[in-house]
Design a protein around this ligand. Structure first.
Ligand SMILES: *[C@@H]1O[C@H](CO)[C@@H](O)[C@H](O)[C@H]1NC(C)=O
Ligand SMILES: *[C@@H]1O[C@H](CO)[C@@H](O)[C@H](O)[C@H]1NC(C)=O
Ligand SMILES: *[C@@H]1O[C@H](CO)[C@@H](O)[C@H](O)[C@H]1NC(C)=O
Ligand SMILES: *[C@@H]1O[C@H](CO)[C@@H](O)[C@H](O)[C@H]1NC(C)=O
Length: 346
């Protein structure tokens, strides 16, 4: 499984006399809450927002979510995540398949191997690599964004990449290291496409958000696209080490793996809900909403996977029940003549 692969890679990296410094990471499922055109981080109050998102987490998610007044844990009555004190919201763009006749079909999501969920996202919180060093959990009102919904070329979205998945198990390379790409894979992926979105590990310690939703956080000095976890040194401008949040989204492209369905010129048929066919516009939004000090407790306890003695959990049956009706009434599941919000595409 993927988290074992990461753990192994880290062991190798830190192997010399430091085996006890194994990285601890929460890895858990958040089932689909809703799929709709809302974006309370980038377009608060806008109904509908410019493009479609798939959203997981607490059911207090809505169009506005004013950081000063919207308290996610108290405003939510359930969460679609397996840790039942996590009322955060996590969302990404949505993938569509474009048929030869020009209509679009939303690509369903599937849970990562070993997890249960209806669509949704596998969420990671990676704690400090060193056993005796701690990370500082986010504060209420904290939010951030990575990737660029308007991205048209490489470099704008570090640590946002796609992996062509094998039938089962995982490739052996680190996340976002070759053969993973920022573009969408060019050929059939027998196990679907996995999007990985890995957030920064250094915070300025002051701002819960910033105008671009990015500048208050940054990656560690010299961090590469495929580093995992808060391993490096944070710059003086962003001295506070925060847990590394990472999303894994499994797009079940398998039903479309048929040359008769793909474009005659052999080009790949998938397109993001942003209208981007290359793949560079993949992005992830995060609004922190863990109850009280639960995330800090989990990080301090160096919990691993989706079972943690200091945390409350709920069964898959329970978290899959947490869904929300759409605010924006539009079809997102049929064969659509255009991608919602992108009527002029192609
Ligand atoms: C969002 O939820 C908050 C808190 O429950 C509520 O005050 C606000 O009116 C809601 N906004 C919208 C647009 O539904
Ligand atoms: C367009 O193509 C898809 C996939 O082949 C098919 O399911 C759908 O019915 C077609 N729609 C129309 C209007 O022909
Ligand atoms: C962690 O503990 C080791 C051994 O006790 C010590 O050498 C090291 O400096 C400590 N690291 C931090 C960041 O406190
Ligand atoms: C970053 O990389 C440069 C060039 O390799 C090196 O000189 C510097 O010490 C590194 N800084 C940190 C904090 O690792």
């Amino acid at each position: 499984m993927m988290w074992k692969t990461i753990t192994l890679a880290l062991l190798v990296k830190h192997a010399l006399g430091q085996i006890e410094n194994r990285m601890a990471m929460l890895r858990f499922e958040c089932s689909q809450l809703v799929v709709e055109r809302l974006d309370p981080l980038v377009n608060p109050g806008m109904v509908p927002s410019p493009h479609l998102h798939q959203i997981v987490g607490g059911n207090s998610f809505n169009a506005s979510m004013n950081p000063a007044t919207h308290d996610l844990p108290s405003a939510s009555t359930c969460t679609s995540c397996s840790f039942s004190e996590d009322f955060s919201n996590y969302w990404t763009a949505v993938l569509f398949f474009r048929a030869r006749n020009g209509t679009y079909k939303r690509v369903p999501q599937m849970p990562s191997e070993g997890l249960k969920g209806n669509g949704g996202i596998t969420v990671y919180y990676i704690a400090q690599a060193s056993k005796n060093a701690t990370v500082t959990a986010f504060k209420p009102g904290f939010r951030m964004l990575i990737g660029d919904a308007a991205g048209t070329g490489p470099g704008t979205a570090r640590k946002v990449c796609h992996r062509c998945m094998p039938t089962s198990g995982d490739n052996k390379n680190l996340n976002c290291a070759p053969p993973d790409t920022e573009t969408l894979p060019k050929d059939f992926c027998v196990g679907g496409i996995r999007s990985v979105i890995t957030f920064p590990t250094c915070w300025d310690g002051k701002n819960l958000d910033s105008p671009d939703h990015k500048s208050h956080v940054t990656y560690a000095i010299n961090s590469t696209a495929f580093d995992v976890g808060p391993t490096g040194e944070c710059p003086a401008s962003h001295p506070v080490v925060i847990p590394q949040v990472m999303y894994e989204v499994m797009w079940d492209t398998r039903p479309f793996n048929d040359k008769e369905l793909w474009p005659k010129d052999g080009s790949q048929p998938f397109v993001w809900s942003t209208g981007d066919q290359l793949g560079y516009s993949s992005h992830g939004d995060y609004v922190f909403g863990w109850k009280d000090d639960s995330l800090q407790r989990a990080m301090d306890a160096r919990c691993d996977g989706d079972a943690c003695s200091v945390m409350k959990s709920q069964s898959a049956e329970e978290y899959m029940k947490c869904t929300k009706p759409k605010t924006v009434e539009e079809d997102v599941d049929g064969w659509l003549t255009s991608i919602p919000g992108n009527p002029m595409l192609f």
